[in-house]
Ligand binder design. Structure first.
Ligand code: ADP
Ligand code: MG
Length: 565
């Protein structure tokens, strides 16, 4: 047997622990949600591993989480019969923070305790939340499939170090005991703990068991030895398998916090059972707020995949395109094999069809939201508009649908809020106007005061004011909407129709008069510009630079320069 060993926490883990212990009090009960969710994850992992190696179950396939409280000892213990951990895994998983998310978590702290404690789950640093309520934590674990002697105990006071030693464990899985702080002794109370479990873990698909409360014994009565009997405290059916009509909004919302780790309510959701050639159920949610890592390459995205109600994997990215990476939820398929892997997912024809259908679902959910009264869609656009703008490039087939969901700021309002749709724009087009005009600039103010707009303002023609990084990219791929070409006002020749015969005559006169000047300027600027032209596009400014019809847009050039090209 290996003797007791003391090890130090990794620096980031230490920082996080310090924070847990000293500043996050306001929402203490979430520790239970985090530990039960880990227990349920561990069971999911074993269930999955047992599909290819049944011996791992050791003949015991009744999965459950057990919660025991002890008022006298002031402890709460959460046990599971899931996959368990080896000694090395315990050190790796509970002593370091391998995820890049943690640094970001620490950066994102607001100093507002309530908000910060709610960030915990979102950043996947759940286990350490035990130290919000515990002065000491003991983890006893044994990996499924290994012998009892390989059991291991991890113990820490959450300061700078933890100890680890071997200790036999007869049953597989993990048991976590929290020695509660004096001010957290409410969590050794049966009634209190039951209510927290119901609140957070009702929809978890494994039962969470607690001792049945004993009826009070009348004094003097001969006490029969009470038999310890456990009962499930939570509902324990996978929510998405139940009929829509029987699920309350509260249950949908609570399930959302389970799949997303988001502390806010979802903006909306869509729950569907598909039957026919392909059979699957999906439950998709739109979050209210963008995750902190939406622009990281390795952001957690994708749906939870189940096959016939068996959990297969988190972050199944194959079921939605990149530009819908903010969608959370589950998909449960009856057609995929239980031993499906990420590699197989990439080749399965069924996945392709499901992806197309789920993409449509999300786009429909969005257009419904956009039509709804109130400002939910504006909220959505503010958080996720930039990502939606990647859509037309990635998803050509749904280009028109996506285009209808786009929102812009335009000269119609001259305000920075992106709240005008292309349909709005088209409905306001001038008679004889054939194109949708836009200007791209570094920021909103530059766009709004661009000299290229002078003639449009004079003629009362609306122009989209674009200043997001992705806008040039978007326009390159969108190209047209409702049969109308999108035209950059700073590119090539403008073919604005003259309003009247007089105006036309004036323009022709201008061209003639300028011939000499244009020729001289072209000589002076030779090699620096491609062409000098007299123009009607300016009313106040003397001259402006125009990009050729087929050259890179100003923004694309800036992006390429920044990339060193
Ligand atoms: P997350 O659950 O987001 O991965 P946590 O901090 O909650 O982060 O847990 C860290 C890791 O510790 C988990 O990923 C898992 O590998 C391991 N772990 C925690 N609890 C258990 C458990 N009950 N059984 C097995 N492994 C566990
Ligand atoms: Mg966790």
């Amino acid at each position: 047997e290996v003797k007791k060993e003391t090890l130090g926490f990794q620096t980031e883990a230490k920082q996080l622990l310090h924070l847990m212990i000293h500043s996050l009090y306001s929402n203490r009960e979430i520790f239970l949600r985090e530990l039960i969710s880990n227990a349920s994850d561990a069971i999911d992992k074993l269930r999955f591993a047992a599909l290819s190696d049944e011996s791992l179950l050791e003949g015991q396939g009744d999965f459950q989480v057990q919660v025991d409280v002890d008022k006298e000892a002031n402890t709460i213990t959460i046990s599971d019969n899931g996959i368990g951990m080896t000694r090395d895994e315990v050190i790796e998983n509970l002593g370091t923070i391998a995820k890049s998310g943690t640094a970001a978590f620490l950066e994102n702290l607001t100093g507002d305790q309530k908000k910060d404690s709610q960030l915990i789950g979102q950043f996947g640093v759940g286990f350490y939340s035990a130290f919000i309520v515990a002065e000491r934590v003991e983890v006893h674990s044994r990996k499924a499939g290994q012998d009892a002697a390989s059991g291991v105990v991890w113990e820490s006071r959450g300061e700078s170090e933890f100890s680890i030693e071997g200790r036999e464990k007869a049953s597989r899985g993990t048991s976590i005991t929290l020695f509660l702080k004096e001010e957290a002794k409410e969590f050794a109370d049966d009634f209190r703990v039951r209510s927290v479990i119901k609140k957070y873990s009702d929809h978890i698909s494994v039962p969470v068991m607690m001792l049945k409360p004993q009826p009070p014994q009348a004094e003097g009565e001969e006490a029969e030895a009470p038999v310890a009997e456990y009962e499930a405290v939570n509902e324990a059916t996978a929510l998405w398998t139940r009929p829509r009509t029987e699920i309350s909004d509260e249950e949908y919302k609570s399930f959302y916090s389970h799949v997303s780790h988001d502390f806010e309510e979802p903006l909306t959701w869509s729950h569907n059972k598909v039957e026919g050639k392909l059979e699957y159920t999906s439950l998709l949610y739109l979050p209210k707020r963008a995750p902190f890592d939406m622009w990281h390459r390795d952001m957690t995205r994708g749906l939870k995949l189940y096959v016939q109600r068996t959990f297969i994997m988190d972050e199944a990215e194959q079921f939605l395109p990149m530009y819908l990476r903010f969608v959370k939820g589950v998909v449960d398929s009856n057609d995929l094999p239980l031993n499906v892997s990420r590699e197989i997912l990439q080749q399965e024809g069924a996945v392709e069809s499901m992806r197309n259908a789920l993409t449509k679902r999300v786009l429909d959910m969005l257009s419904k939201l956009a039509k709804k009264e109130g400002d939910d869609y504006a909220l959505f656009w503010k958080e996720f508009g930039q990502v939606m703008k990647e859509g037309p490039a990635e998803d050509f087939a749904n280009k028109e649908k996506i285009a209808k969901l786009l929102r812009f700021s335009t000269t119609h309002t001259d305000a920075p809020e992106q709240d005008q749709s292309l349909e709005d724009y088209v409905s306001r087009m001038k008679e004889g106007q054939e194109k949708i005009y836009y200007v791209v600039a570094e920021n909103f103010n530059t766009a709004k005061s661009s000299p290229h707009l002078e003639v449009f303002r004079k003629k009362g023609i609306e122009v989209l004011l674009l200043s997001d990084r992705v806008d040039d990219w978007l326009m390159n791929h969108l190209q047209e909407f409702d049969g109308k070409a999108l035209q950059d006002v700073a590119r090539g020749a403008l073919d604005l129709a003259a309003d009247s015969e007089e105006e036309k005559a004036e323009q022709e006169k201008l061209q003639k008069e300028s011939e000499g000047l244009v020729e001289r300027l072209a000589k002076v600027l030779e090699g620096q510009v491609e062409e000098v032209r007299a123009t009607a596009r300016l009313t106040d400014s003397a001259a402006c630079l125009v990009v050729g019809e087929h050259d890179l847009g100003a923004q694309m050039r800036r992006i390429m320069e920044a990339a060193g090209q």
